[in-house]
Design a protein around this ligand. Structure first.
Ligand SMILES: Cc1cc2nc3c(=O)[nH]c(=O)nc-3n(C[C@H](O)[C@H](O)[C@H](O)COP(=O)(O)OP(=O)(O)OC[C@H]3O[C@@H](n4cnc5c(N)ncnc54)[C@H](O)[C@@H]3O)c2cc1C
Ligand code: SF4
Length: 491
């Protein structure tokens, strides 16, 4: 029986992780299997079931968090799964990978530790798979409309699943040889084991979604305008993977690479495409330039490849441990975070990050090979080197993880359909995800800019609702959790 005062008596406990050093011996997920089970009901019971649940509003999917917390606390797992799957197509991905803005907005977090919402979501999702509560849901009848989805990241997959379940004949066109977008070739298996992706794809196939790999829309043999002619509607979900570069002296040195080149090869090696990664950090001194998720994934990968040394450069100052005054509850604050990769490198005691570090150039050994990364300190908010602070970090591998500037421009889809880009380089669309081309919609990072999986799923669901409305010409049946301009809670 749930205890209404559990938030006063039960401390927050997080899912246990395996020993950081033992984790480096494999590329399996960092969590201890089954570690959640004994404690999760009590953790869900900490939910105060507030009248106005800010957590629900902070989740872009509008996950019905208090509802499933009550059900889990009472051991009603199947009903909890039904509530969760009503708003989230892929909770096994968000339960592992979401930064959980919902927890920052939990009312309990005003003066105590937030409910472990993400862990609870994950446990419901994993149990739903194990118990058969997350079954294929093929449509009752087909509408006769044909929809093409371009791109198979979380936005494209969510859109495709919603459209297929609504009865539209839906095919996903993916230029890569495997389905999944950044879930496949960006995020490493120690954060998401790929059999979880395969399981979801098998479900989608069983429901009727078609997949075509090696299908680069925009190329001469598959122009986007011809694809549009053959379908009643098209959803473009091609991501925002144009990598930012560093135009600095020595950039052309052998040994300076984009982080995505490095991560893709590591992931391909795990898929069995190479016996060892053609771009391995083994025995090398690595400098990672950048402070985000991509940089952290490079760190965890380099440690597993047995790099001799790894340093990560972050242009920003080290964030505070607690919320700054200008980032009050319920916004998701910038605080000092130790990711699982940083933990493996020894943080917080021996943090591999150098904060307020700006890169000045790359030094070579005289034969074109990288020998060091020249850095300097920078005042907060300023990228210019502070005089007298320049120094060189020895390095024979430098990885650039500087973020992304929208969809790749060499993609000819926009040109073939007469689409434009906005000021930030993303594909232009209206509030309803529609472009200027009739029946063509944009979902995910391609329209929003590089974001999060939870936003990509929300975009895919909402774009599917817009397509459904366009095709049927009436009121949509499908849920639309966000508009194209919805943004995270901010101060
Ligand atoms: C290394 C890394 C780690 C990340 N970690 C996290 C995390 O922990 N948590 C989190 O929430 N978010 C994370 N993100 C962000 C998250 O992965 C993205 O926001 C999300 O994947 C965007 O989904 P999407 O479907 O819009 O695009 P993508 O996942 O980028 O998928 C786009 C797909 O379109 C395909 N495509 C492109 N052009 C064409 C074409 N012409 N024809 C056919 N197909 C095409 C691409 O090959 C790709 O498969 C991370 C990002 C990176 C790079
Ligand atoms: S998807 Fe993210 S924001 Fe939404 S409930 Fe799950 S962890 Fe929280």
């Amino acid at each position: 029986m749930p205890d209404p005062k559990a938030f006063l008596t039960t401390p927050r406990r997080q899912r246990e992780r395996r020993d950081p050093q033992a984790r480096l011996d494999d590329r399996r997920e960092v969590y201890r299997p089954g570690a959640l089970l004994p404690i999760i009901n009590q953790q869900a019971d900490r939910c105060m079931d507030c009248g106005l649940p800010f957590c629900h509003h902070a989740c872009p999917l509008g996950n019905l968090i208090p509802d499933w917390n009550v059900l889990v606390a009472d051991d009603h797992w199947r009903r909890a799964a039904a509530r969760l799957l009503a708003t989230n197509n892929f909770p096994e991905f968000t339960g592992r990978l979401c930064p959980a803005p919902c927890e920052s907005a939990c009312v309990l977090a005003i003066d105590a530790d937030a409910v472990t919402i993400k862990n609870i979501e994950l446990e419901i999702a994993d149990r739903a798979w194990e118990s058969g509560a997350d079954q294929p849901k093929p449509p009752d009848r087909m509408t006769g409309f044909r929809v093409a989805v371009i791109g198979s990241g979380p936005a494209g997959l969510a859109a495709a699943q919603q459209l297929t379940r609504a009865g539209h004949t839906t095919t996903v066109y993916e230029r890569a040889d495997r389905i999944g977008g950044l879930l496949r070739y960006g995020i490493p298996p120690f954060r998401l084991e790929k059999h979880r992706l395969e399981r979801r794809l098998a479900q989608m196939r069983a429901e009727g979604t078609g997949f075509r790999t090696g299908a680069a829309v925009g190329d001469d043999d598959l122009p986007a305008d011809r694809l549009r002619e053959r379908h009643d509607a098209v959803v473009i979900a091609i991501g925002a993977t144009a990598c930012r570069d560093l135009a600095l002296p020595g950039r052309e040195a052998d040994g300076v690479h984009q982080a995505m080149t490095y991560l893709t090869l590591a992931n391909r090696t795990d898929e069995g495409d190479h016996p060892v990664s053609p771009l391995s950090a083994e025995g090398r001194s690595v400098v990672i330039v950048g402070g985000g998720d991509t940089a952290a994934d490079c760190l965890g990968t380099a440690l597993r490849q047995r790099a001799a040394a790894v340093t990560q450069l972050d242009i920003n100052p080290r964030p505070p441990h607690d919320r700054a005054d200008d980032q009050p509850w319920p916004v998701h604050p910038k605080v000092y975070r130790v990711t699982t990769s940083h933990e493996e490198a020894g943080a917080p005691v021996a943090d591999p990050r150098v904060f307020t570090a700006t890169t000045v150039g790359f030094e070579t050994d005289g034969r074109g090979h990288l020998a060091g990364v020249r850095i300097a300190s920078a005042a907060p908010g300023d990228r210019h080197p502070t005089p007298g602070t320049e120094r060189t970090l020895p390095a024979d591998l430098a990885l650039l993880a500087l973020g992304f500037s929208g969809p790749e421009r060499e993609n000819r889809i926009a040109e073939q359909l007469g689409l434009t880009h906005d000021a930030r380089g993303n594909l232009t669309r209206d509030e309803e995800f529609a472009t200027s081309a009739d029946g063509v919609f944009v979902a995910g990072d391609a329209g929003r800019g590089q974001s999060l999986i939870v936003w990509a799923i929300a975009e895919g669901r909402s774009a599917a609702a817009a397509v459904d409305r366009y095709l049927r010409g009436g009121t949509a049946d499908l849920p639309a959790p966000i508009t194209a301009t919805s943004r995270a809670l901010h101060a």
